[in-house]
Write a protein that binds this ligand. Structure first.
Ligand code: SF4
Length: 368
């Protein structure tokens, strides 16, 4: 087959797919240089073709449908210059999926952040259709990648359209707030080791994670949720001639801090959600909470020890270079909402309570 297959040339699934997956589009169009889907022409599956696959999944015992795309908010996008989302098309797609007999749940796989604040009606229209709520968070995986202005401008200057690369921090913060307000849970991916990445670039990303943790907590309290996952750079697409990132050889203090802060926040989320699991009898919930929190904490302690073994200062993950307001001598207990539990975070330091909120102002952020 020459070139990329057209929608008509892509055969529908004939057996249920993992996670009830149905493909709703291929390709993207935002042009991030490290990304393989970037080089593919964007194609959108007709709703009827999607429903054909939904019915196969439901009949095969998969009533929870994952709508797979590289950026769900580009589904049938008409504004290919600024990428304002085609909200009607996205709403129609999920209305059709959720309206199919037997479907109990649906969520997208991937999506970018900017569209959810470019059209403020997008998530408020989608969430009721997906029956999002405190007991049904809608998961999505957006690429946050980096907070470095230089790397954003060099490798992914369309990722934040219709906003400018210089607005990325505001887009990430306000976008995460919009996700959370509508009961969406973003699991952000970060890239470590993009070609030319400097320590300052990485510290900028650590600062953004730190700011987001505090600012969101201030704005949303216990409704503030995200995780971030640092991934190693893999040479693909336009950057296919570059070198793989080598974790063993190229680990630095800032990269270690990014891993540590990301993992630490994931521990916090794991503890929060482990106490709200309703399918477990109340008397077993402390056991579940213990099991869910202890494993990640052992890993957190291992990560801290690993950093120290390389000569890194773990405190710098909190007293971040370049931060305007370094207030943290790393008290490291989490207070679980609705629970008196105080849980050790894995840092071998004197402890004092640090809540989920802080006082860092968000540069450029739109206030409520
Ligand atoms: S927005 Fe995501 S899918 Fe699209 S080109 Fe960038 S990294 Fe790839």
């Amino acid at each position: 087959m020459k070139g990329w297959p057209s929608v008509d040339q892509i055969p529908p699934i004939v057996n249920p797919a993992m996670n009830g997956m149905v493909e709703v589009m291929r390709g993207c169009g935002r042009g991030c240089q490290f990304c393989a889907p970037n080089v593919r022409t964007a194609r959108y599956m007709d709703v009827e073709k999607v429903l054909q696959e939904v019915r196969v999944n439901v009949a095969g015992g998969k009533p929870s449908i994952w709508a797979h795309s590289d950026d769900i908010f580009l589904y049938r996008v008409e504004d290919k210059r600024h990428f304002y989302p085609n909200t009607d098309a996205i709403v129609d797609l999920f209305s059709a999926i959720m309206g199919t007999r037997g479907v109990t749940h649906s969520n997208p796989t991937h999506g970018t952040i900017a569209p959810v604040i470019a059209d403020e009606d997008l998530l408020p229209r989608l969430s009721p259709i997906l029956r999002a709520g405190p007991e049904n968070w809608i998961g999505i995986q957006p690429g946050l990648e980096t907070a470095s202005g230089d790397l954003l401008a060099k490798y992914m200057r369309n990722k934040m359209l219709p906003f400018a690369p210089s607005e990325w921090e505001r887009v990430v913060l306000e976008g995460t707030k919009a996700f959370n307000q509508n009961y969406w849970f973003p699991a952000y991916t970060l890239i470590m080791g993009l070609p030319g990445e400097t320590e300052d670039d990485v510290w900028a990303t650590v600062r953004l994670i730190d700011t987001m943790e505090k600012w969101l907590g201030e704005k949303l309290g216990s409704r503030a949720h995200f995780v971030s996952v640092p991934l190693s750079f893999v040479p693909l697409s336009v950057l296919s001639r570059e070198e793989f990132f080598d974790v063993g050889r190229e680990m630095t203090e800032a990269r270690f801090a990014l891993i540590y802060r990301s993992w630490r926040h994931t521990v916090k989320e794991a503890m929060y959600f482990s106490q709200s699991v309703k399918s477990v009898p109340p008397y077993l919930r402390p056991v579940l909470r213990f099991l869910v929190s202890v494993g990640p904490m052992i890993i957190l302690k291992y990560i801290a020890d690993w950093g120290k073994s390389m000569g890194f200062d773990v405190d710098k993950a909190f007293n971040i270079p370049g931060r305007r307001e370094a207030n943290l001598n790393s008290p490291c207990l989490f207070l679980l909402p609705g629970s008196p539990s105080l849980v050790w975070s894995g840092l071998a330091k004197p402890v004092a309570l640090r809540g989920l909120t802080g006082s860092n102002p968000v540069p450029g952020a739109v206030s409520e």
